[in-house]
Design a binder for this molecule. Structure first.
Ligand code: SAM
Length: 467
């Protein structure tokens, strides 16, 4: 069941998306577009003097003891996921393992936030797309996989010896269930196709058209077998429908006795349905009007296609790695609600200036008045967990569950010496739910403080406690 959101439409959070997503209500988002760092082994900076100057993010990954602790925590929850991360470490190295830890814990949160009718698009490239697909199959289920889109940018990257210059990104699309929003997208017909197929021009109107077959591929349809314009065949349509189309001048015979055919006008064609190869949307180049200079900025047309295909007006779009807010601007233009998250506070400035530009151009907000964009730096508090009993009332249950042992050092303590700790600290979106609680002894509790569990486990290990 979808829950009421605990954020306002048009909210931009500055901070780590893991902390922020943990504080967002479950089942409250229709579409997630995630464009994280790709594990490119580079660090990005916006050019000085550009609108995005000052923006920078790292994309180099080294396995830390906290990552190792994370893998242990992931294994407790979903062993297969931890195995995938470990296997990637063996095949590709520890940097990949660290990158996949970062992605996995966030994708698990994304699964929780998506409504049962929701969809997720993960933008990546060949460096990690194969590992990320395993992770996504494991998190959402292999049957949730819908498409692997190849977005062919027009400019190739990387001219090292003995490889083909990389010219494409991968976008992995998953939908939680068959009930997801789905609006097929179309692109204009290729010129060669128009020229070879739409060869006829109606003299009275100048409209271009082609002739389409009206014969039924199934010959065994007695109710559709009849004579029409002097020709007896098995037709696709009923006699009434054929007659109506004929009266409108849509059914023609090219010669007397010839098989009647249907006129299909070029100006009524929806175009070609967009398939999994997207080579019609160029990357942002130095001359592009929408360019703000943000490193790895994606084109608005790309986001518009995704949002139109996998959401409807009024739906909620979340971009947890929103950068210069391309997805948010596209969502606004298409009348969707949106939330964005980025580590960099520049996203706020950029979304405001990009929305203002769209308003000035008349593309948005008739009258040019920008609606309020909410900027938050706090971690939201979930409001969908019902009224929970005070967390201290779980002490006895936890004491039984842990058989009197501290969840940190593992030593046995009398009941009075163990205190309740929030596994995900409350300051980082953790709730008072039993699943988020553990008992720690005084020393372990003060060592943990407001640390994340993975950082705490790593610290215990470093200090040789509880082994
Ligand atoms: C590839 S860029 C996104 C570009 C964006 N799609 C656009 O069109 O501008 C990745 C973004 O993720 C942000 N980022 C990286 N790690 C993050 C994290 N843990 N939480 C929030 N944002 C993060 C970076 O600051 C960067 O802006």
């Amino acid at each position: 069941m979808a829950s009421a959101p605990n954020w306002k439409n048009r909210t931009l959070f500055t901070g780590d998306n893991l902390d922020i997503m943990r504080g967002v209500n479950s089942d409250s988002v229709d579409l997630i577009y995630a464009d994280p760092p790709f594990n490119s082994n580079r660090n990005y900076e916006a050019p000085i003097g550009s609108e995005a100057a000052g923006a920078a993010f790292k994309d180099t990954w080294t396995l830390s003891d906290v990552d190792v602790a994370w893998i242990g925590l992931i294994a407790e929850r979903e062993l297969a996921l931890a195995s995938i991360i470990d296997a990637a470490g063996v095949a590709h190295g520890k940097g990949m393992q660290s990158y996949l830890v970062m992605m996995t814990v966030r994708l698990l949160e994304m699964r929780r936030l998506l409504k049962p009718t929701g969809s997720v698009y993960l933008h990546c490239d060949a460096t990690a797309s194969h590992y990320l697909k395993l992770v996504l199959d494991c998190i959402f289920g292999a049957s949730a996989f819908r498409s692997e889109v190849t977005w062919k940018r027009t400019s190739a990257k990387g001219l090292a010896r003995a490889n083909y210059p990389a010219n494409a990104d991968t976008i992995l699309y998953y939908a939680k269930t068959q009930d997801c929003a789905w609006n097929p997208q179309y692109r204009p017909l290729e010129r060669e196709y128009v020229e070879s197929h739409y060869t006829k021009i109606e003299p009275e109107t100048g409209r271009r058209y082609r002739l389409d077959n009206l014969l039924n591929p199934n010959r065994d349809r007695p109710n559709l077998t009849y004579e029409f314009m002097g020709v007896t065949r098995v037709w696709r349509w009923t006699q009434e429908r054929m007659k109506a189309a004929h009266e409108k001048g849509l059914i023609v015979q090219t010669k007397p006795g010839g098989t009647p055919q249907l006129k299909r006008y070029l100006d009524e064609s929806k175009g070609t349905q967009v398939d999994t190869v997207w080579d019609d949307i160029p990357a942002i180049n130095s001359q592009a009007k929408e360019r703000v200079g943000y490193p790895t900025q994606k084109p608005l047309a790309l986001l518009e296609r995704i949002i139109k295909a996998s959401s409807n007006e009024g739906d909620v779009v979340l971009d947890p790695f929103c950068g210069c807010a391309t997805a948010l601007v596209a969502a606004e233009t298409l009348n969707r609600q949106w939330i964005g998250i980025d580590l960099s506070s520049l996203a706020v400035k950029l979304v405001l200036s990009r929305l203002q530009k769209a308003a000035d151009d008349g593309a948005l907000f008739q009258g040019g008045k920008l609606p309020e964009v909410h900027h938050r730096t706090d971690i939201p508090t979930r409001t969908d967990v019902g009224k929970l009993p005070p967390y201290k009332t779980h002490r006895h249950t936890l004491y039984g569950k842990q058989e009197g042992h501290c969840a940190g050092c593992g030593h046995h303590f009398p009941f009075r010496n163990l205190t309740v700790d929030h596994i995900v600290p409350k300051s980082k979106g953790g709730t008072d739910h039993l699943d988020n609680l553990q008992l720690l002894c005084g020393a372990c509790n003060s060592m943990k403080g407001t640390m994340d569990q993975a950082a705490f486990v790593a610290r215990l290990k470093r200090e040789g406690i509880g082994e």
